[in-house]
Design a protein around this ligand. Structure first.
Ligand code: GLN
Length: 188
């Protein structure tokens, strides 16, 4: 059985845990170094990227996670998680785990009140998936080796080797397409 970690400092943790269970994999909450042992993949949830980033630095988890991703561990950042993985955050330097070759702009759709839900067709799945955007960031540039999996004017889901990032929250819908893609196709 695959074990999928969920970084559990803050944000949409439980919702990801439920999806992982639904897919028959084992969730593992990650708060300290020992929790990283034996993981087949790791999810960085949505929440507040500055807060989660601070926890990553203060606990020293940052360097351990960076090393694992660098060595090939599959990782998926949703919303704030995608910001943490970005090499370039527009006007704000880089994410705390800067391994994904994109430029991302925080809170690009406006305030919490401008949050929205939209069905977006995903060519790889050949189906429309429900996407929930909450104070979402916008991916404004991607490097050549970054595969764009879904777009809503700009890329909203990208894959670069073992790194998946979505600017929306699939864990807040009743669908399992994105979790299943991560657990079955990114985690091998
Ligand atoms: N606005 C948050 C940030 O910039 C991300 C929001 C989310 O994860 N839903 O960190």
């Amino acid at each position: 059985m695959k074990t999928i970690g969920v970084l559990a400092f803050q944000g949409g943790v439980i919702e990801h845990v439920k999806k992982i269970e639904e897919l028959g994999a084992k969730p593992q909450l990650v708060k300290k170094e020992e929790d990283l042992k034996g993981l087949d993949g790791l999810i960085l949830p949505g929440g507040e990227s500055t807060t989660i980033g601070k926890f990553l630095i203060e606990t020293g988890l940052k360097d351990h996670i960076l090393k694992l991703i660098y060595e090939g561990m599959p990782v998926w950042g949703t919303c704030a998680g995608a910001i943490l993985l970005s090499k370039n955050i527009k006007n704000q330097g880089s994410g705390v785990l800067p391994l994904l070759s994109i430029v991302i702009e925080r809170n690009a759709y406006g305030s919490q009140l401008d949050s929205f839900k939209k069905e977006v067709f995903v060519p790889k799945f050949n189906i429309g998936t429900e996407c929930v955007f909450i104070r979402a960031p916008r991916i404004v540039e991607v490097a050549e080796d970054v595969e764009v999996l879904a777009e809503l004017e700009t890329p909203i889901a990208v894959l670069q080797k073992n790194i998946l990032a979505t600017t929306f929250h699939p864990e807040l819908t009743s669908q399992n397409y994105w979790h299943s893609f991560f657990v079955e196709n990114v985690v091998k």
